[in-house]
Design a binder for this molecule. Sequence first.
Ligand SMILES: Cc1cc2nc3c(=O)[nH]c(=O)nc-3n(C[C@H](O)[C@H](O)[C@H](O)COP(=O)(O)OP(=O)(O)OC[C@H]3O[C@@H](n4cnc5c(N)ncnc54)[C@H](O)[C@@H]3O)c2cc1C
Length: 542
Amino acid sequence: MTRENIFKRYQVSFDSKTLQHIFTDTLIIGSGVAGLSSAIHASKGGSVLVVTKTEINENCTEHAQGGIAAKLNLGDSYKSHIDDTLSTGQGICNDAVVSSVIREGPKRVKELISWGAKFDKENGKLAFTKEGGHSRPRILRARGDSTGKEIEETLINMVRKNPQIRVFEHTFALDLLVSKNSCDGIIAWRSQEGKILIWAKQTILASGGCGQVYRETTNPEIATGDGIAMAYRAGVRLQDLEFVQFHPTTLYVAGTERVLISETVRGEGGVLRNKDGELFMSKYHPSAELAPRDIVSRSIVQEIRRTDHTHVYLDVRHISKEKLSNRFPKIKKLCASFGIDITRQLIPVHPSAHYMIGGVKVDQNGKTSMKNLYACGEVSCTGLHGANRLGSNSLLEGLVFGYRTGNMVGKKLEEKKEGLSPRSFKEPSKSHLYSELDLEDLKNSLKSLMWRSVGIERDGKYLKEAIKNIEHWSKYIISNEFSSPLGWEVQNMLTVSILISSSASKRCESRGVHYRLDHPDTDDKHWKKHIIVYNGKYDFVQ
Ligand SMILES: Cc1cc2nc3c(=O)[nH]c(=O)nc-3n(C[C@H](O)[C@H](O)[C@H](O)COP(=O)(O)OP(=O)(O)OC[C@H]3O[C@@H](n4cnc5c(N)ncnc54)[C@H](O)[C@@H]3O)c2cc1C
């Protein structure tokens, strides 16, 4: 079996003649910041249907703590935000995208405020904080450390009020329906109705990232990379999948989920200590705790190894009790639930997978390589982040590209009043071999393998071994047919894991978040370029 044979075109069998058909002008897959903002703007041109796997607010956006970066502070400048983004991105950002997103950012944030979003203020004026890699305070926050929740609730409120927008919760998007490289909608599954076909003039993928492919992750359970996998099965071009960002500080309490401790805690003065209570970050980088995330994550891994301990500690005991309560109410409460009083005790922390930088390759308007298919938010790769994401730039990207894709699609619909053309589709059934119990086992093995071999520090030999293992599992799992989200998610996770590890194995250098022990230097001569993958082919482009 060749590697390409592993990936079949559709996850499930179906016959369009026997299924329920649903029609909409614009279909949006995902209800995070990107999906909902694109829905609001696309609705100006016609009907919009948003489908989302679980509840409307079950996504990464809802969990975002730290904030959103935008030049709204008087002492800030576009140039400074652009320079910080470019320097963090390590030579492979798309300069035009960086400049345009950062210049458009304040407008989109003001729009969000006009829709009711309440960002924190000090003395009646918007309050700004700093994060690693930002040379000036420019991060807006809400309710201390619940920025994503405030943004999500504002967008949900706007969507609920809009008669043009329908939302289907508990609707799992399985595959894109494609003819002649043009997207006509999706096949989906609803817990009540089963499989359905949704026909759309324009489809926007806003299905978020894939942090769940790693054992240690800050991402909620929905982040299984479904959008990336379904785009790949349909032959859409993907870019830079080797670049996965690891967050330096997640709460490390054995046996529980990893929960993020926002970077703004270090921005407000929190420091890192090893098991002997020593400060160590200045040994690794002149900016110490405020060095870029990849450097802080790797420094923690090295310190953990050096001290032969499972984690390090975040120390905020020197910050006033009042400030801790006002700025980090959620984190304080979370730690207290594990018996940690952050005003008196150290917080055990460890790095975790956090953000997918690569994804579906798009242009400045979110257009993919397939006709009538757009992508925005974490599922996409716009070129804003290059090889490393500057903290708080992703909510900004979701907002800006949500606007751009929605606006573009809305305008196209206004200009061209063409009808929908549903066609007959038939996909034969496949064998059913695995039980859900086996799947849970396999999922855990995959997540551990990805963490060990395709994580913060990578090595060619272990990457190749990981690819071999994942391909072996994929042969059996991907060729099977499952009838519930767990099976489809594991298939998608396997697909995304092969793509991440293969791209990581091909990039024989270290750049940004991609660190190779066997190629520790950045190699601009050979690798100042992007890795594009589609239909089993890899292209290397400047
Ligand atoms: C803990 C945490 C903290 C963060 N803090 C910050 C921060 O402070 N600042 C910042 O800028 N960024 C932060 N990020 C990153 C940021 O939150 C995300 O990049 C951003 O919210 C992604 O938005 P999105 O709309 O692309 O995806 P999400 O918000 O993840 O939404 C994806 C949606 O797609 C749906 N979906 C997925 N697959 C399917 C399917 N098969 N069928 C149907 N629906 C599907 C999901 O149900 C979900 O509704 C944080 C991330 C995490 C996890």
